[in-house]
Design a protein. Structure first.
Length: 321
């Protein structure tokens, strides 16, 4: 204790006046930088979730081109994005396995918003060969935005060894590989135009490594890291890369046909997510999910969140039976 008192006396003496002032300036600059960064993040969130849904401060996606390309767009979140982008005036190229389901979305977009739709049936689990076909289908389009949405999981509460290795392969093909290959297809033209938008759909499970959903949660942190690094590489070249990490959305993936208090409606989710583009590089898509992510990350922490997510997973399984 005496040692520390002596040290404090020396530091407060006139001899150390200059160092004290330097330390004070560095400390103040650091605190200011911290506060400004927080304020900047908050202002982005405020614009994204309170102003942009009313059209204020939102970017005009039509200025980036006339087409949107959405993978996994025949239902769920992908359909939500496709409908919202059409509502905002873009033509839409939609992809999934089922032509029939895609044609229903096509019909909906044409009748509601009178936009051009290109239906591209494709199975992303078939590997590299499908991308040549996709290239042929989209090469003539002036693409404003690519939404890498297609994705799948491994089911609930299964240990790694209980999952068919082919299903793990499929998760990687859909959640990661399709995102990389689709980005390869659209990026060169976007760079030529010096503008373009790429949105990658991850999941709130990328907050933590999630036991019993190990490959799925790992694939979603892959999406986040890929998006963040890609944004850093191409930001100065006019490309916006956004990662969206949703919480629960009422879709076939989680076995829900209708929105509930804990899972939002996919069309409403598509609308609020599109509003955040250009305002947030990493978003949760809607305010409800931002609050959920904040609770998991900042209030509960990793261990408690994982337990809650697993208990919730069991409850959800029973709920959706
Ligand atoms: N729902 C949630 O709560 C939630 C939460 C976090 C993250 N996410 C992520 O959001 C994205 C979309 O999920 P979602 O809930 O909307 O899923 P979904 O309702 O199951 O829809 C998936 C879409 O992908 C298509 N698809 C599935 N397998 C395909 C394949 N092999 N090749 C081509 N298309 C295929 C499906 O259409 P076809 O059957 O016609 O192929 C459908 O259009 C995923 O990346 C998911 O991980 C969802």
């Amino acid at each position: 204790m005496e040692y520390w008192n002596q040290a404090a006396d020396v530091f407060m003496s006139d001899r150390f006046c200059l160092y004290r002032n330097i330390a004070a300036v560095i400390g103040t600059a650091y605190v200011l930088r911290f506060l400004l960064k927080k304020l900047w993040a908050l202002s982005g969130g405020f614009c994204a979730y309170f102003l942009a849904p009313w059209g204020i401060s939102r970017i005009n996606i039509k200025k980036y081109g006339s087409w949107a390309v959405v993978t996994g767009a025949s239902e769920g979140i992908g359909r939500g994005y496709a409908l919202e982008l059409a509502r905002q005036g873009l033509n839409v190229a939609i992809m999934s396995r089922s032509r029939e389901k895609l044609e229903k979305v096509e019909e909906e977009i044409r009748s509601k918003y009178n936009r051009d739709v290109r239906v591209i049936p494709v199975d992303f689990s078939e590997g590299q060969s499908v991308y040549d076909d996709i290239q042929a289908e989209i090469s003539d389009l002036d693409i404003a935005i690519l939404v890498n949405n297609v994705g799948t999981g491994t089911g609930n509460d299964l240990f790694f060894g209980q999952v068919d290795p082919l299903q793990h392969r499929k998760v990687i093909e859909l959640n990661c590989q399709s995102m990389i290959q689709m980005t390869h297809l659209v990026l060169p033209k976007m760079l030529e135009k010096k503008k373009g938008i790429i949105v990658n759909i991850a999941s709130v499970v990328n907050l933590f490594p999630l036991p019993l959903s190990n490959v799925y949660s790992a694939s979603k942190i892959f999406v986040l890291y890929f998006s963040t690094a890609l944004q850093t590489e191409y930001k100065s070249k006019g490309i916006i890369v956004q990662c969206n990490s949703p919480g629960y959305v009422a879709t076939q993936l989680i076995g829900l046909k209708k929105a509930t208090w804990w899972a939002v409606d996919p069309v409403a989710y598509g609308r609020s997510s599109v509003a955040t583009i250009g305002l947030q590089h990493h978003t949760n898509g809607c305010l409800y999910h931002v609050i959920q992510a904040f609770i998991y990350k900042s209030l509960l922490g990793q261990k408690t969140s994982i337990i809650i997510m697993q208990v919730w997973g069991k409850f959800k399984q029973n709920w959706t039976k």
